[in-house]
Design a protein around this ligand. Sequence first.
Ligand code: ZN
Length: 64
Amino acid sequence: MEEHHERTGGTCIVCSTHKELGIRIYQQFMCTDCEREIVQTDVQDAKYPFYIDRMKQIWLSATS
Ligand SMILES: [Zn+2]
């Protein structure tokens, strides 16, 4: 049971918090809260460049 939790949970690359629910993109983990936040964030929002930067980190680790 605990093994299952470790496999599904992880430390979110965006908020750096350990969450049980989220998506795993290659080696990185993003919690559902941040995923939802990114989807809802407007391009004009000040937080948007930050999210894009975090997404780039995922891509960089995936392609390197
Ligand atoms: Zn998060």
